[in-house]
Ligand binder design. Structure first.
Ligand code: NAD
Length: 257
């Protein structure tokens, strides 16, 4: 049995992933705002530090894996929280858990990004300089002053910078023997997606985004890929972003990959 810390395990993709990993025999230490071993709010630096300290105590400083699912959608009321949870809620946890992962057996990490990470190139991502500099207040101010499109900017900008943050860690993590990958889900039937569909600003564009496979994904269809990435079968997969979107990306950007 291996020990895996997961964020965002209470609902949606995280809950399905927790189920899949537990069925495979792993012990999960969940971090979430509710229904988890560690209750913490990842939208603040203090909440993140509390989550890290409590999880490290529960695993006694040794981890075999981390899966970071916690995230907020573009419709979130306090739009700055999208940046805080999606970017800092993942990058700060990744970095803080690396020493514990180095002590683990065949350690691996999966971070949940999004197909939206490719909607905004890093060079044109207005959040990128602040996020890379660790300037949480600055990044929050940009999206909070962006008007009606602040939610989309916060979501696509934070997910783009998150995928880049993972890719930039591939060299060091690889040398440390810890595999690190992202998945980029397309529209998946979760509470986050339902809230987006019900939002008058974003609902229509989400609804008309129909992938070639003709339906949205089920959370279990993300969980099975995450479980594979965490398994020895994925021993040579490192620094990759696995797109799981029913073919949307191939349809929209056939020449870019
Ligand atoms: P969800 O809302 O069901 O799950 C999000 C989880 O994060 C929940 O367990 C929630 O309690 C937790 N969370 C939210 N705010 C938190 C906070 N401040 N502190 C601690 N935990 C917090 O949504 P989901 O769709 O399962 O999302 C999981 C991940 O997948 C997110 O990172 C999301 O951006 C990503 N994603 C989802 C879709 C989709 O269509 N559903 C598409 C692409 C990417």
């Amino acid at each position: 049995m291996s020990t895996i810390v997961m964020s965002g395990c209470a609902t949606g993709i995280g809950a399905a992933t927790r189920q899949a990993l537990e069925a495979a025999g792993h012990k999960i230490i969940g971090i979430d705002i509710r229904d988890a071993e560690v209750i913490a709010d990842l939208s603040s630096a203090a909440g993140r530090q509390q989550a890290i300290a409590a999880a490290l105590e529960q695993c006694a400083g040794t981890l075999d894996g981390i899966v970071l699912c916690a995230g907020l959608g573009p419709q979130t009321k306090v739009v700055g929280n999208v940046v805080s949870v999606n970017y800092f809620g993942a990058t700060e946890l990744m970095d803080a858990f690396l020493p514990a992962l180095k002590q683990g057996y065949q350690p691996a990490a999966v971070v949940i990004s999004s197909v939206a990470s490719a909607h905004l190139p890093f060079e044109k991502n207005p959040l990128a300089p602040a996020l890379e500099a660790g300037d949480e207040a600055g990044a929050r101010a940009i999206v909070e002053n962006a008007g009606e499109q602040g939610g989309n900017l916060a979501y696509a900008g934070s997910k783009n910078a998150l995928t880049v943050a993972v890719r930039k860690r591939a060299a060091d993590w690889g040398k440390a023997g810890v595999r690190l990958n992202t998945i980029a889900p397309g529209a998946t039937e979760t509470p986050l997606l339902q809230a987006g569909l019900q939002d008058p600003r974003y609902g229509e564009s989400i609804a008309k985004f129909v992938p070639p496979l003709g339906r949205r994904a089920e959370p279990a269809e993300m969980a099975s890929v995450i479980a594979f990435l965490m398994s020895p079968g994925a021993a040579y997969v490192h620094g990759a972003q696995i797109v799981i979107d029913g073919g949307i990306d191939a349809m929209m950007r056939p020449t870019e990959f």
